[in-house]
Design a protein around this ligand. Structure first.
Ligand code: MCN
Ligand code: MOS
Length: 764
């Protein structure tokens, strides 16, 4: 199926305008199997690649004996650290690139257990799998640090940019009458998207096409181009549907380089599907963290000082900081503050971005600590948050653009029935079940980026919205149809959206919860330009029936063009196109400033993260906010814990589609339930292996773990945050859920569990 055929079509529906509860355009295709995922794309003459991964955590590959593998039926090629793949190091996310450095995706030096060190390519997947089993690797093993908690792990290195301080935190803490100090930790966590990673790579001369699930078609196409020393336009990356990414699908990884390189070597298209166990080490999940928080307050619970020391696990060969202090300096007004973060190297794949990186573990520490402070001061946990409300951003000193945090706490409390909560732990029960109610707040920054879109009005009245942006389930197809419908005055049923192809107009990454704000802005701009051109055509074309009406403008509504005061002609878009003999109106627009127009500016904007503006780049500090209210039930005898009720209130500015935003929030909350109660990457201390590298043993929340979740929007349009007034939605939902659950568990049982997940052994 080509991208043209997979474009999303939908029937007529009400609620089509922006802000309406329009159902997912890709929904029917997905549930009927009509959505073609990258690896399902049929390609003639495929060969299949299977990875061989290291079985030691650190050392050197001394020898790869391929003799048995080479005898296996259907064998085509074995590649090892010896094989010349002719690749160069590609740029990082920010476009930085060392000069002309060779790159080998199958390294001789092993940095973690599960690292790709060879690959086998055969006629069928089964043959390649079997041949891969026959590859014999000899290692020279060296001492490894299995995890940041291993006895031989160092204390880590300070990350200078995360040293945050104001006032005299230590002194103010010592002088505070109410103090708490606690250490919190979170384990390695994994994205486990339902669709595992992988790709098909196909060469036509020096042109490369990649079908791969991607959160960023332009960024990844550039990386592939650089690996092979090709101009960007020689690589096309196609990703029309994605079965979840959660941060893991915005980068080209070693397996991708292997597949593309062997396809070139063989002169045949190659498919490489990363197996579920291999997904646990082919790219990194959320780093394990630990953090110590010291909070000092006066006797009224007013914060005087926060002292925060955190650390996260990283790899031995590259750093990904999971910043434990990402939320700490933002949430509450505090006159004295100090925080630091360390990176502790271990023999693991480099960790990566997983839904709300930094903010998530940071809020776990801070929001649990605030609950501990509330109990130390004898103040209701919601009340103590209101008493310490930050009227402006304590870190930058800038005013909030919008912050409906009081409203979120009020609406959440009200809907949850918080007023009926009794303060004392173990004071609420239902038979043998201890009931606990907890609250936790969260935030996520508004990141702003430019994007580009094309609008085509066709002669049959169809409207095409075209962009290289992607939809991994968050709703991009749908909100873009709504944006175009609203700006053009055409029913949403007439709109086709084509996405997920790097050969289409440029778009920023679907990451950092910024795509919706960026791409709705571009579509709005292009659609407005197309509408202006349509009206111009109607007013000025010699064959247009509007030419003699003397009107100087026209309206377009419900797909009909008319004179503003009525009683003139009224034509559908198709009728006007036919009357004037036009076959299309096309408008391609981007939201880059004038100075960044031109090839260099475009390349920077669509393929690097340098053009992204942070939350305090302008006059305001811009964040999304939320408050979660959770009920847990803990079996008094067995310690089993279940989340039985969730009410969450969100400030994400204007909501483009409440149905989709609500499902984004619920999705985040469900991941938060998994994080709080189930998820934990377990590492074998002897060999650094991820033990539970499959969906049977790495537990995520499933239907039976999830109660009804009520979500409430308290946002107001924020026109500093985006063209249409929305703030980010995709990540904030997970932030603050785990601490709300931990706080509820304390309220139920009187036990503080400070290390995730909260399993029954810790509650008994
Ligand atoms: N939305 C809205 N109103 C707004 C903003 C957003 O209605 N003001 C809705 C729209 O349906 C939009 C969606 O929320 O499509 C997400 O918008 P946004 O917050 O801009 O996030 P992105 O489009 O940039 O998506 C990325 C974000 C991130 S970073 C992760 S991680 C994540 C997430 O989205 N991964 C997801 N949500 C996911 N949802 C699914 N199904 N699968 C993933 O992998
Ligand atoms: Mo999201 S972790 O920024 O892709």
């Amino acid at each position: 199926m080509t991208i043209m055929e997979t474009r999303t079509k939908q029937g007529d529906a009400s609620d089509g305008a922006l802000g309406g509860r329009f159902s997912r355009l890709d929904g029917k295709l997905k549930i009927t199997g009509g959505a073609t995922y990258a690896l399902e794309h049929p390609v003639e003459g495929l060969a299949y690649a299977v990875l061989v991964q290291s079985t030691i955590a650190a050392g050197r590959v001394v020898k790869v004996d391929t003799s048995k593998a080479e005898q296996a039926p259907g064998m085509l090629l074995v590649v090892t650290p010896e094989t010349d793949l002719g690749l160069k190091v590609a740029s990082d996310w920010y476009g930085n690139r060392p000069d002309d450095q060779p790159y080998h995706p199958l390294p001789r030096d092993v940095a973690f257990n599960g690292q790709a060190i060879a690959a086998v390519i055969a006629e069928t997947l089964e043959q390649a799998t079997e041949a891969a089993r026959l590859v014999e690797v000899t290692y020279e093993e060296t001492a490894a640090v299995a995890s940041m908690e291993s006895p031989n792990a160092g204390e880590g290195k300070l990350v200078d940019q995360f040293n945050i301080a104001w006032g005299e935190a230590e002194e103010a803490l010592a002088a505070s009458p109410v103090r708490i100090e606690a250490e919190y930790s979170t384990p390695r966590e994994y994205h486990v998207p339902i669709e595992p990673h992988g790709l098909t790579a196909k060469w036509d001369g020096d042109r490369l096409t990649i079908w791969e699930p991607s959160q960023w078609t332009h960024g990844m196409a550039r990386s592939y181009a650089e690996l092979f020393g090709l101009p960007d336009e020689n690589v096309r990356l196609v990703s029309p549907f994605i079965g979840g990414g959660f941060g893991s699908k915005a980068t080209v990884y070693a397996y991708g380089a292997v597949a593309a390189a062997v396809a070139r070597k063989l002169g045949r298209p190659v498919k490489l599907a990363v197996t579920r166990p291999q997904n646990f080490t082919s790219y990194g999940g959320r780093a394990a963290t630990r953090q110590t928080l010291e909070l000092g307050a006066d006797s009224n619970g007013i914060l005087q000082a926060i002292v925060h020391r955190g650390a996260s696990e990283t790899s031995t060969y590259a750093d990904f900081p999971e910043q434990t202090s990402a939320a700490t300096p933002l949430m509450y007004a505090v006159p004295n503050f100090s925080s630091e973060h360390r990176l502790v190297p271990a023999n693991t794949v480099m960790p990566g971005a997983l839904r709300a990186p930094g903010k998530n573990p940071s809020a776990f520490g801070l929001e649990c600590a605030m609950d501990e402070l509330a109990y130390a001061a004898g103040i209701d946990p919601v009340e103590i948050r209101l008493r310490n409300y930050a009227e402006y951003d304590p870190q930058s000193g800038k005013p909030w653009s919008t912050r409906q945090m009081r409203e979120a706490l009020a609406a959440g409390s009200e809907a949850f029935g918080w007023a009926k909560r009794s303060f004392e732990p173990r004071s609420m029960r239902d038979g043998r079940q201890l009931i606990g109610w907890g609250v936790g707040c969260g935030t996520f920054p508004v990141l702003r980026a430019a994007s580009e879109a094309m609008i085509r009005l066709l002669s049959d009245g169809t409207v095409e919205v075209v962009s290289g942006a992607i939809d991994m389930g968050q709703g991009t197809y749908t909100i873009l149809a709504q944006t175009a419908a609203e700006a053009l005055g055409v029913p949403v049923g007439q709109i086709d959206v084509r996405l997920g192809d790097s050969s289409l107009p440029g778009a920023t990454v679907a990451g950092g919860s910024m795509l919706a704000g960026a791409i709705t802005g571009a579509v709005h701009k292009a659609a407005t330009a197309a509408r202006d051109e349509l009206i111009g055509l109607a007013l000025n074309d010699a064959n247009s029936p509007f030419r003699d009406t003397g009107a100087n403008t026209l309206t377009v509504a419900d797909g009909r063009i008319a004179v503003p005061r009525g009683n003139g002609p009224s034509l559908t878009v198709a009728e006007l196109m036919s009357a004037t003999g036009r076959d299309r109106i096309e408008a391609r627009r981007n939201t880059l400033p004038e100075a960044d127009q031109g090839p260099e500016g475009h390349k920077r904007a669509w393929t690097t993260m340098t053009a992204i503006q942070g939350p305090t780049a302008g006059d305001y500090s811009m964040y999304s906010w939320c408050a979660h209210f959770v009920e847990v039930r803990v079996d008094e005898d067995f310690g089993t814990i279940r989340v039985s009720r969730v009410v969450s209130a969100f400030d994400c500015g204007r909501i483009y589609n409440p149905k989709l935003a609500e499902s984004q929030w619920r999705g985040g909350i469900i991941m938060g339930i998994g994080q709080a109660l189930l998820e934990e990457g377990l590492v074998d201390e002897r060999n650094g292996r991820v033990i539970n590298n499959n969906l049977g043993d790495y537990l995520v929340a499933t239907n039976a773990d999830v109660p009804h979740i009520e979500v409430i929007s308290v946002g107001i349009p924020d026109l500093n945050a985006s063209v249409l007034g929305g703030k980010g939605v995709g990540e904030v939902g997970i932030v603050g859920v785990a601490p709300a659950i931990a706080n509820a568990a304390f309220h139920a049982t009187g036990k503080r569990v400070r290390d995730l997940p909260i399993t029954l052994d810790k509650l008994i």
